[in-house]
Write a new protein. Structure first.
Length: 159
């Protein structure tokens, strides 16, 4: 799936929430993802991402498809049906988007080193009550907490 880059906002003139959403509007070369405008992204989520997107993220990160599916709460039998149908449903797509956002943020934290980012995502973090960032990313509130932690690490703020 190739997505087209439309607009690169000036991150210095934005608040934290705007920077977070603008993160979807940037290319993340290490994951092979290119951003699209939010309105088109919403339409893609509504229609359901192609199953290939899950496989692509698996290939780019080295995290097995089954493990990614478990993180975004797709049971194995449902995963087989989605593979045959060629696309995910709306809720699964939204959870995959959330996971992709967290993975992309961690890859940026590790300056493009996907292996180091995945290792960090799978390692319990004291700031997350000794849970892994991947387990926290299963829910939106947890994903935001992981993104906040990444922001603190990027700016040298340790709690």
């Amino acid at each position: 799936m190739v997505l087209v880059r439309q607009h690169k906002p000036d991150r210095n003139k934005m608040g934290r929430t705007q920077r977070r959403s603008a993160g979807l509007n940037r290319q993340i070369p290490s994951l092979g993802l290119t951003a699209i405008p939010t309105n088109k992204l919403l339409l893609l989520v509504q229609r359901g991402f192609p199953f290939k997107m899950l496989a692509t993220i698996s290939a780019q990160t080295g995290i097995p498809t089954r493990e990614l599916a478990a993180i975004i709460e797709i049971p194995e039998r449902t995963l087989a049906r989605r593979r045959a149908a060629g696309k995910l449903d709306r809720d699964e797509s939204e959870r995959l988007l959330r996971l992709t956002r967290v993975v992309a943020s961690s890859v940026r934290l590790f300056e493009g080193d996907v292996g180091a980012a995945v290792t960090w995502l799978k390692t319990p973090q004291k700031a997350l009550s000794h849970h892994t960032p991947l387990s926290y990313a299963r829910f939106e509130i947890g994903a935001r907490e992981v993104e906040d932690l990444i922001g603190q690490l990027e700016h040298g703020v340790f709690s």
